[in-house]
Write a protein that binds this ligand. Sequence first.
Ligand SMILES: Cc1cc2nc3c(=O)[nH]c(=O)nc-3n(C[C@H](O)[C@H](O)[C@H](O)COP(=O)(O)OP(=O)(O)OC[C@H]3O[C@@H](n4cnc5c(N)ncnc54)[C@H](O)[C@@H]3O)c2cc1C
Ligand SMILES: Cc1cc2nc3c(=O)[nH]c(=O)nc-3n(C[C@H](O)[C@H](O)[C@H](O)COP(=O)(O)O)c2cc1C
Length: 581
Amino acid sequence: MQTAPLLPSTAPFHEEQIAALNRVISVTTAEQRAWLSGYLAGLQAANDPHAATPAAPPAKRAPLTILFGTESGNAEALAAQARKAAAKLGFAPKVVDMADFTPAQAAATENLLIVASTWGEGDPPQRAVDFYEALMADDAPRFEKTRFAVLALGDRAYAQFCEIGRKIDERLTALGGARITDRIECDLDFETPATGWIDTTLERLNAEVGGKDAGASVIHVDFARPGAEAPTRARPFEAEISEHVRLTGSRSTSDTHHIALSLEGSGIAYEPGDSLGVIPSNDPALADAVLKAAGLAGDTALRGALIDRLDITTLTSKQIEDFARETGTQAPPAEWAAGRQIIDLLETAPGKLSAEQLTALLRPLPPRYYSIASSRKAVGEEAHLLVAGLRYVSHGRARAGVASTDLTARHREGDKLKVFLRSNPHFRLPADNDRPIIMVGPGTGVAPFRGFLQEREATGAAGRNWLVFGHRNYLHDFLYQLELQDWLKSSLLTRLDVAFSRDQPEKRYVQNTLWDARADLYAWLKDGASLYVCGDANAMAKDVHAMLLRILADQGKQDEAGAKAELDAIRRDGRYLRDVY
Ligand SMILES: Cc1cc2nc3c(=O)[nH]c(=O)nc-3n(C[C@H](O)[C@H](O)[C@H](O)COP(=O)(O)OP(=O)(O)OC[C@H]3O[C@@H](n4cnc5c(N)ncnc54)[C@H](O)[C@@H]3O)c2cc1C
Ligand SMILES: Cc1cc2nc3c(=O)[nH]c(=O)nc-3n(C[C@H](O)[C@H](O)[C@H](O)COP(=O)(O)O)c2cc1C
């Protein structure tokens, strides 16, 4: 049974009245609550003709369409936040995904807010590609009827910062749309600026078109749900690490760990396909080196902030400009940032910053996301993560990934980790348990598929399961080998294909395996299989995509355009899903 919504402490009653009402409400059914609210509203209206009538819809509420394009849910969450704020102002807001909308539909709206993120290297989120391409096409509709504003999401560490939001904003203006407010471009710490922008944009729109009909009065109640205080990025849950095991062998070139977290009491109810956000800490040794380079060694308060709160690795072109301005030095060109970090910049002009200047130069430390590698149906109140420690050398210096080395090298069993849920409703098992699935997950990309397989085993789903896994060496890097082989034996896994790139003279990757299995792959797709890809976005996902087009051309005996149309149709059908990073 669904839990009854309770009155919030802000309801216009005394504390004891709220407690008494909540005691009654908590044992009612949805039907009883609906009857009671209608009865009280009717009674009130009958006795007092001037009273507010929340049950009746206002006569005229300005429509507002909030359109989002997202890959990992941030834009969607902000669209939902904007919808709430708009409803409070009396608009009639509607949230839509670019995946389900066309530019023609957008051009027919009067008031339009767009929240769009940028992915890949300046690309639209995959499910927004059709909308975006149609908007950029020569035959795109005119937007003369439309007032609009764009909230762009991105990451300043990427050269094409907020590219998609910027292009959409410019395109809508070129097509005759009228801006409500200027576009905002948000970095990874988008919550505060995005909230401020949503509020001012809606207020401006409200002043122009009036969200609320003058005579109508709408009472908005934010119902508090017991236990609904799910952890967030700002208020994460401290999860205890119950298992911390290195999966790659000691002679492996990679350092990948299985980390089990206890979520007991967290209120985190994840689904396979979701990720956990992790709030990392920086390497204390790097924080000390940064302090030294800035000439601020010994500042313990600042040291704490550099470890827990500020991003001391990412280097953006904006920071290069800010540093040059603050220190009165010549800024190196923007390309200089590639492969370099803050410490390299500080060392170009050591000892020149105050603690305030250094703090102002640095971004807040962003969380990192890790696919959940388990199903609650199999592991209860735990979440499993699969984390590859990142280490590399650039410009002659050894570097380490912030979160992945924090998790793999500086955390042990029994330690606590700050986490929150990042739901990924667009990367889910098919609702139809009989549908076959093909999962392409090399390296840590196998993580969500372990969760999928646990879930399908627990639910007794009859659909066939095919996993394509890849890594470097069979002996050292076969992640979850025993489990996968057991699942093959039990027939939960119908098929397991592997590609170990360094086990033979010529490199072999998952896409080569797909090509070898192309006839079966095509047959599975024709049988309605859903195809999932997870893992590296830069090389693997692109290579797999290109190979899928080649396979569809070969097996469907069609040209490149035909293959693209077929893959697009599979994607639109919700059967080609990617979670790549
Ligand atoms: C939805 C999602 C799910 C994910 N799931 C997983 C998962 O299950 N397991 C997992 O391990 N990771 C996963 N990731 C990736 C993870 O979030 C982190 O990005 C990864 O662990 C690296 O983070 P870090 O803090 O260690 O590295 P950072 O400190 O963020 O460093 C990464 C940066 O280092 C630089 N860099 C990396 N290699 C080189 C090089 N060779 N030369 C020069 N520069 C380089 C790049 O600029 C790169 O952006 C996922 C990401 C997303 C978005
Ligand atoms: C693999 C990857 C590629 C990205 N590429 C870009 C980019 O080219 N430009 C940019 O500004 N942001 C880029 N980002 C950052 C995202 O836009 C940012 O995380 C945003 O908040 C995601 O919003 P969403 O969850 O709505 O998709 C990238 C992020 C990832 C993980």
